[in-house]
Design a protein around this ligand. Structure first.
Ligand SMILES: [Zn+2]
Length: 349
């Protein structure tokens, strides 16, 4: 079969090439790939900045935002031929650490977890893949291609769960949320904010294109410019850019007793004249919490699939801005100004 593979840590090594059929070692359910979403992590792996091949191999099958159709459910009685499924990305570390031992692999303590398409396990950008029944999530087949949005939705589902858990430390009635960054993660974070009944604001650099319309279509308010100039102090701030100045201003702008949830990974730029002690003073005097959130466990996958089923299909479909064929993977791995979510489509839905 064909797959999109890379040699991790080697820039421009991506290829669309023949690889062996899926191994039962990766799981007893055999799946035909429908589509795989492309995200920043994939671009970083393709640029040679990140990624680890399976032990004893040089190349890694890329892709962690999957959507497929069951060809053969194997011995599993809970999956059937034709079911639409998405594969969970992370697997617990082999030790395991206490968190992985209780199924919270998203909170792994020792960093020895593995991840499909990223860290030591082949990903989902192959014509067929196999998966363990306990790491396969059934998705509403009426979502069609939109099921490929499940993985990014799990990331924001976990982020929201963290925010709500932290909020319970005191009397807490959040009313407003500001999401910084209107990429797929930011837009999905805004969607979940609307589903929670909050007044949602989204800030992004883009002054035109589909992002402002998508935000307004949610019933949320779109802002450009700086976080400090949004004109209010948000109770919750979900940061999805990883840009240093945005992070610094988020901490300064959030309301007293507010929560800043960081989901973006960037580098440099903690400027805005804010030194560590000043950040600490802001946080102390306002009882703020700054929390980082990454990945998701099975509970978040379940909740995310519920959230996706409840969302407006027309709105979700506007997040998928470009669909490329696997042999055109090079274009899929290029960032274009109008892109929100690019998918590589392997088969008809
Ligand atoms: Zn662990």
């Amino acid at each position: 079969m064909n797959a999109i593979t890379v040699e991790p840590k080697k820039p421009r090594s991506a290829r669309f090439e023949k690889v062996p059929e899926p191994s039962l070692r990766d799981g007893s359910i055999l799946v035909e790939a429908i589509a795989v979403g492309v995200c920043g992590t994939d671009l970083e792996i393709a640029e040679g900045k990140y990624g680890w091949p399976p032990p004893g191999q040089d190349r890694l099958v890329l892709g962690h935002e999957s959507l497929g159709r069951v060809i053969d459910p194997g011995s599993s009685s809970s999956f059937h031929k034709g079911d639409h499924v998405v594969g969970i990305v992370r697997r617990p570390d082999p030790v395991p650490c206490p968190n992985c031992a209780v199924g919270e692999w998203d909170m792994c303590r020792n960093g020895q977890y593995t991840e499909r398409g990223i860290k030591q396990i082949n990903g989902y950008m192959s014509e067929r893949w196999s998966i363990e029944p306990e790491y396969a999530i059934k998705v509403d087949s009426s979502l069609g291609l939109l099921g490929v949005l499940l993985e990014p939705t799990t990331v924001v589902t976990k982020a929201w769960e963290q925010v709500v858990t932290i909020g319970q430390r005191a009397f807490w009635e959040p009313r407003t949320v500001l999401v910084t960054g209107a990429g797929p993660i930011g837009l999905l974070a805004a969607l979940l904010g609307v589903q929670r009944g909050l007044e949602v604001h989204v800030l992004d650099r883009a002054e035109s294109g589909s992002k402002p319309d998508l935000v307004r279509a949610l019933g949320a308010k779109y802002h450009t410019g700086t976080v400090r100039n949004v004109g209010f102090e948000p109770d919750v701030l979900i940061e999805c850019t990883g840009v240093g100045t945005v992070v610094a201003e988020a901490v300064q702008t959030v309301a007293s007793g507010g929560i800043v949830c960081l989901t973006g990974v960037g580098s440099g730029g903690w400027s805005a004249g804010l030194a560590a002690a000043e950040v600490a003073a802001e946080v102390v005097l306002k009882n703020n919490v700054i929390v980082g959130s990454v990945n998701a466990n099975k509970r978040h996958w379940y909740k995310a699939s519920e959230a996706l089923s409840r969302a407006d299909r027309g709105w979700l479909s506007h997040l998928l801005t470009r669909c490329e064929r696997p042999e055109n993977f090079a274009q899929a791995l290029e960032r274009k100004p109008e892109d929100i979510k690019v998918v590589i489509q392997f088969a008809e839905v």
